[in-house]
Design a protein around this ligand. Structure first.
Ligand code: LMR
Length: 336
């Protein structure tokens, strides 16, 4: 009895001497943001920037833990982890949404559909982009924003200049049926593989080549195990930032509003740095002297486009002809 009173007195005394802030500080809400690329990429930097401003603006009430480079999860696992609530935020490439049951996102993978960022933004920042994000809701996912990366180069150990050069090449792709069709349209043999495994697969010859924006090629050192890089800009790769819908709805309203504001600003930041990051990466690849650049003449590029148009035709039904037409209208795509 006596001992109990003693402990009680001691506890009260300790509480009284503690600074008020230490006593009042609630446990922060922890948001785990997992992604598969290096920190020095458009997505890696934007995730770090979001963390910085979100933590500042919520004054310690929210802690964002960013896990880059597939440290926590690989491509497929991270989607499952989000749905199970093991992570709260992701920014998967738009090519990785079909396994969730939202095949429409593969419209972004159609070869040559965007000529530049302006055309892309007509979609991602317009009604079509918003409509696509809303399709995620029925899957228990809430889409917050689109973040840019960039236009893809094609790399291999042989020069890829004409459609015929692709014949029999084993090329790594993301898990997208449109990308599968794109590679098959030029006679290549596409292989779906997690991003974290690509470097080793290229190094050991499991695959002959791949496609990615320069920022991914460079930061994963893929150029060190690829003799040639064709500057084709034949397709686009970018992201949707997503959260678990239930989790997001369950956040205190004031916190959610601050985080939405931070995401808006992080999106401006992401889309500002993407082009420059990719240019710098390309300069880095060039400086390394490890792989040789191949530029296409307008005629050669037109031949790629003509052959790869088959990926459009073959996937109209899968993506939805109306959606594809809406995007064509926004970007002005026409086969040549
Ligand atoms: C890839 O798998 O090639 C990309 O989606 C990686 C990324 O997130 O940029």
């Amino acid at each position: 009895m006596k001992l109990n009173r003693c402990i009680k007195t001691l506890l009260i005394a300790t509480a009284l001497t503690l600074p008020l802030t230490a006593m009042a500080a609630p446990t922060p809400i922890v948001i785990k943001f997992s992604h598969v690329v290096a920190q020095h990429t458009p997505k890696g930097q934007a995730a770090d920037y979001f963390k910085k401003i979100a933590e500042e603006r919520t004054k310690g009430r929210v802690k964002i833990e960013v896990y880059p480079n597939s440290q926590l999860y690989k491509d497929k696992e991270e989607m499952e982890a989000l749905q199970l609530g093991a992570v709260q935020m992701l920014a998967p490439s738009l090519a990785k949404f079909a396994p969730l049951g939202v095949k429409e996102f593969e419209v972004f993978d159609l070869p040559f559909i965007f000529d530049n960022y302006q055309e892309l933004h007509k979609v991602t920042q317009g009604p079509v982009g918003a409509k696509l994000l809303s399709k995620l809701e029925s899957k228990g996912i809430h889409g917050l924003a689109y973040w840019d990366n960039g236009f893809k180069v094609m790399s291999a150990n042989k020069p890829l200049k004409t459609p015929e050069d692709f014949k029999g090449q084993k090329l790594r792709i993301q898990s997208s049926k449109v990308l599968d069709a794109q590679m098959r349209s030029v006679g290549a043999n596409p292989q779906v593989m997690a991003f974290s495994e690509v470097y080793q697969a290229l190094q050991t010859g499991v695959v002959d080549g791949t496609e990615n924006p320069p920022s991914n090629l460079f930061t994963q050192k893929m150029h060190e195990v690829q003799k040639y890089v064709t500057l084709s800009d034949h397709g686009y790769l970018g992201y949707a930032v997503i959260v678990n819908k239930k989790y997001w709805a369950g956040l205190p309203a004031d916190i959610r509003t601050i985080l939405e504001g931070a995401m808006k600003d992080a999106t401006v930041y992401a889309n500002d740095i993407a082009k420059k990051d990719n240019e710098q990466a390309l300069a880095g690849v060039k400086k390394s002297g490890k792989s040789q650049f191949i530029t296409l003449t307008p005629q050669e590029r037109a031949a790629w486009k003509k052959a790869m148009d088959k990926a459009h035709k073959d996937n109209m039904g899968r993506i939805g002809a109306d959606l594809v037409q809406e995007v064509y209208k926004a970007t002005g795509y026409s086969p040549n």
